[in-house]
Every structure is written in structure tokens, then in C-alpha cells.
Design a protein around this ligand. Structure first.
Ligand code: NAD
Length: 284
């Protein structure tokens, strides 16, 4: 049986550390602040936003959730983002994705000032990641790496395979694994014989949004398997990895729920604290 990459334990550990850092910042007169913008009534997004608010409460971060109707125009959304860019109580701004049809996500994200980009999705931060420069990292891939490190999974010189090439998970996860000196392969929907590739992975990160895509016969014995997928089937959450068949083969395995999702929220808090620290340093 694989060792469980337990997001509950690791995220709790991270949140406790963040709580201490928040208190230190407050002692310097800086309260980290996060603004979350939710447009429309997507139930999954509502849950994510609620969880982010709870994590702020837990760590002492000031949080402001702004809920806008689905009919909000691009101009109204961008005006709000610009106001938050200038709001002294707010260190990080997050626009919950996906936005309702008719709103342009890329344009909305581009409006967030890079120094307030809590999710690390702005082109400047994506570019910094690409160039190996300091910047805000996207929360999910950052959480994947934190999880692997906390579990003591060696990445240096290992073959990491990332399934998925999205801008928010797959691509940044591959770049972060490269930063850890792994040899990285990216597989995606056009990849021929996925199993042939995944069986070569010492570290397998799966972010495809396809329930049960990865089965035990596609995994190298002893590999670390991180399941990023979140799929809702009849109201229940499941990942992209078939836990039952992969568990006896893998060396480490993250569950869904209780895995990467919790790390993502913790890393968002980490990003907000880092942004607030930058503000404190400017003030000093
Ligand atoms: P996306 O739809 O933008 O990208 C999916 C990627 O998977 C694409 O690059 C595509 O090429 C690839 N893919 C699709 N089918 C494939 C197949 N059969 N074989 C190989 N590759 C395939 O999705 P995303 O935003 O990257 O999210 C991926 C999954 O991760 C979703 O289930 C999403 O809900 C989940 N997610 C979880 C968290 C978290 O915090 N745990 C955060 C973000 C996304």
C-alpha cells in the first residue's frame, strides 16, 4: 500500500506556520489582506470561496469576499479590480475562475497588479516562474511541490511526468519540478500511449480532469502519484487517479478529497503573507 500524501496533515502544518507569520506581520502593523471576487453562482466556486474565507479566519488574514451577479459586465469587473489594486487593506486579489460566459478571464487577470496577484496567474508572474525569477507562484502546483517535500519524496534527478498542460496547473507544475532538478515530461490530450509515458514516472502529477484516467497498470512500482483532479460524479468528489488499483503499486499517493485541494488553499494563504511581507518591507 502506498504512503498517503495526506493533504489534511500537510495543509494544517502549513496553516499553523502561516498563522505565526501573520501574527509577526500584525506586530509590525501590517495585517495581510485578501480580496476574493466571485462572479455568478457556480456551486463549486462558491465552495472554494467559502474554504478560502475559512482559511483566512484560521490564520488571521483579513478577508473580503465580493460577490457579483452573473450579469456583471467586463467593465464593472475591471473597475472593481482596479479599486482593489489601490486598496491599502488588500495585499492579494483573487478572481475565482471560471468566470461566467461573456467575461474575458485573461483580460480580468491582466487587470490585477502583479504585486497583488494572489493566484500567480498574471503574465508577469508566469514569466517570472518561466525565467526562474522571484514572483508569486500558482497555488496548486506550489502545493504539489510542498506536499512532495514534506513527504520526503526525492525530486532531484528523478523522472517526473505531468499529465495536463493548463496554464494554472500542468505547465507551472512542470516548471516547478524542473526547478527541483527533475527530468520532466509533459503529457496531454494529444499524447500517444499515455500509459507508456506514465509508467516511466518516478513522480506522476495528474491534472487532466478525467476521472479514473490513471490506473494501476499505468504506474511504475514505488512512484509518487499526486492526483490534482477534482471531478464531481453524482455529487461526490473523485480524482483523475483510480485510487483502488494505484494504491497497491505506488510508493506515495494523494487522495481526493483530502489531498492537493487543501494544499492549494494553504498555499494561497502563503502567497498573501508573502505579498503582505513585501508591503511591510516597503513600509520599513
Ligand atoms: P484543463 O481542462 O484546463 O486542462 C486539462 C489538461 O489535461 C489539458 O492540458 C489536456 O490536454 C489534458 N488532458 C485531458 N484529457 C487527457 C487525457 N485523456 N490524457 C492526457 N491528458 C489529458 O484543467 P485544469 O484547470 O488544469 O484542471 C485539471 C484538473 O485539476 C481538473 O479536474 C480540475 O478540477 C483540477 N484542479 C484541482 C485543483 C486543486 O486545488 N486540487 C486546482 C485546479 C484544478
Amino acid at each position: 500500500m502506498a504512503q498517503l500524501l495526506d493533504g489534511r496533515v500537510y495543509s494544517e502544518e502549513a496553516l499553523q506556520e502561516i498563522k505565526v507569520q501573520v501574527q509577526e506581520l500584525k506586530n509590525q502593523g501590517v495585517t495581510p489582506g485578501l480580496a476574493v471576487i466571485l462572479v455568478g453562482e457556480d456551486p463549486a466556486s462558491q465552495t472554494y470561496v467559502r474554504n478560502k474565507g475559512k482559511a483566512c479566519e484560521k490564520t488571521g488574514i483579513y478577508s473580503r469576499t465580493i460577490i457579483l451577479p452573473a450579469q456583471t459586465t467586463q467593465a464593472e469587473l475591471e473597475k472593481l479590480i482596479r479599486e482593489l489594486n489601490d486598496d491599502k487593506q488588500i495585499d492579494g486579489i483573487l478572481v475565482q475562475l471560471p468566470l461566467p460566459d461573456g467575461l474575458d478571464e485573461a483580460r480580468a487577470l491582466a487587470c490585477i497588479r502583479p504585486e497583488k496577484d494572489a493566484d500567480g496567474f498574471h503574465a508577469v508572474n508566469a514569466g517570472n516562474l518561466m525565467l526562474g525569477q522571484p514572483g508569486t507562484l500558482p497555488c496548486t502546483p506550489k502545493g504539489v511541490i510542498r506536499m512532495l517535500k514534506l513527504a520526503g519524496v526525492e525530486m532531484d534527478g528523478k523522472h517526473a511526468v505531468v499529465v495536463g498542460r493548463s496554464n494554472i496547473v500542468g505547465k507551472p507544475a512542470a516548471l516547478l519540478l524542473l526547478r527541483e532538478n527533475a527530468t520532466v515530461t509533459i503529457a496531454h490530450s494529444h499524447t500517444k500511449d499515455l500509459g507508456d509515458i506514465t509508467r516511466q514516472a518516478d513522480i506522476l502529477v495528474v491534472a487532466a480532469g478525467k476521472p479514473g484516467l490513471i490506473t494501476g497498470d499505468m504506474v511504475k512500482p514505488g512512484a509518487a502519484v499526486v492526483d490534482v483532479g477534482i471531478n464531481r460524479i453524482n455529487g461526490r468528489l473523485s480524482g483523475d487517479v483510480d485510487f483502488t488499483s494505484v494504491d497497491p503499486v505506488a510508493g506515495w499517493l494523494s487522495p481526493v478529497p483530502g489531498g492537493v485541494g487543501l494544499m492549494t488553499v494553504a498555499m494561497l494563504m502563503d502567497n498573501v503573507v508573502a505579498l503582505a511581507r513585501a508591503r511591510a518591507e516597503k513600509k520599513a
